[in-house]
Design a binder for this molecule. Structure first.
Ligand code: NAD
Ligand code: MG
Length: 292
């Protein structure tokens, strides 16, 4: 069946809405699509063991559902306040018969971030896919008012926790054939003026991904990234955008609409699968046609 990508989804009018941080998928209006009704697995990740940070909602949720339907056991990390979103993901994973592991905690806490890797490994009985996807994004369009606390926390959650997780995983568990996938963003190369600190973390993540790919290829470990454009997730109405921007979210992409988390799953499945055996240091853009 041929689908016109411009109107694969009709999101309709996005009402003004606000949530406290972190936002919940359950409160997103209109609701997002994570592939619950559509993603069909083909055994591409049979027997694999994946840790997905921020797997409770948004892009991470779509990846968790797709990975389980492809035959992987999945551990997800999330903040304790997101337990209800996480429960919805577990229901979806358990329907596939795959193992689902919940690892709540704050990635800004280095001890938690490091222990997370060991807990995921022990609960899954192995670990060979790491999806570093958790992220913090707080809108601020005036550099003179950017709070130091926000600057430090955004870098800690988005970048430093990623390094801590990779350190533990590489040191203890990742063997040849394992893969690391980092969620970066189109703003790494097209920074929006209201997301300076966030965009800087994404620039750093892109560079980290490329550099790490060079360091880990000799160990048989691939490292890649995905750069989403504007995707309809709870990150956006929880201080991620200005309210005016939110109601027109994604309309200015060449395809004329925001993306849905479900439209990201294929890129993450591809990069984790044997289909991507000769791919490392690559960033796949899923941007609605926006150039990076
Ligand atoms: P989301 O809110 O659904 O996911 C982000 C997740 O990060 C949360 O679910 C939360 O569990 C986790 N997180 C945040 N702070 C944390 C902390 N201190 N400790 C532990 N976990 C924490 O939103 P999303 O849009 O799906 O975001 C996923 C990734 O995609 C992020 O890295 C984000 O930067 C990136 N991204 C999103 C967009 C977009 O338009 N939505 C665009 C480009 C990149
Ligand atoms: Mg969430």
């Amino acid at each position: 069946m041929i689908i016109d990508p411009r109107n694969k989804y009709s999101i309709g009018i996005i009402p003004i809405q606000h949530q406290k941080e972190p936002g919940l998928d359950a409160k997103l209006t209109p609701p997002a699509d994570h592939g619950e009704a559509s993603y069909k697995g083909a055994g591409k990740l049979a027997g694999r063991k994946a840790l997905i940070t921020g797997g409770d909602s948004g892009i991470g949720r779509a990846v968790a559902i797709a990975y389980a339907r492809e035959g992987a056991d999945v551990a997800i990390s999330f903040l304790p306040s997101e337990q209800t979103d996480a429960d919805d993901v577990f229901t979806a994973i358990e329907q596939t018969g795959q193992l689902a592991v919940a690892l709540p905690g704050d990635l800004a806490d280095e001890k938690f971030a490091r222990k997370l890797v060991h807990d995921a490994h022990d609960a899954l009985g192995g670990l060979d896919i790491i999806v570093n996807n958790a992220g913090k994004q707080i809108f601020n369009d005036d550099i003179t008012t950017l709070p130091t606390e926000q600057l430090v926390e955004t870098f800690t959650v988005n970048l430093f926790a990623m390094v801590w997780i990779v350190q533990e995983a590489v040191k203890h568990y990742l063997k040849p054939g394992a893969t690391i996938i980092n969620t970066t963003s189109i703003v790494a190369t097209q920074p929006s003026p209201g997301l300076i600190d966030y965009a800087a973390t994404k620039g750093a993540i892109t560079t980290l991904t490329k550099g790490l790919s060079q360091q880990l290829a000799p160990k048989g470990i691939t490292v890649n990234g995905v750069a989403p454009g504007p995707i309809w997730t709870p990150l956006q109405p929880s201080y991620g955008q200005s309210p005016e921007k939110l109601t027109k979210f994604g309309e200015d992409t060449p395809l004329g609409r925001p993306g849905q988390p479900a439209e990201l799953a294929g890129a993450y499945v591809y990069l984790a699968s044997a289909d991507a055996s000769y791919v490392s240091g690559e960033i796949i853009g899923v941007t609605g046609g926006r150039l990076r």
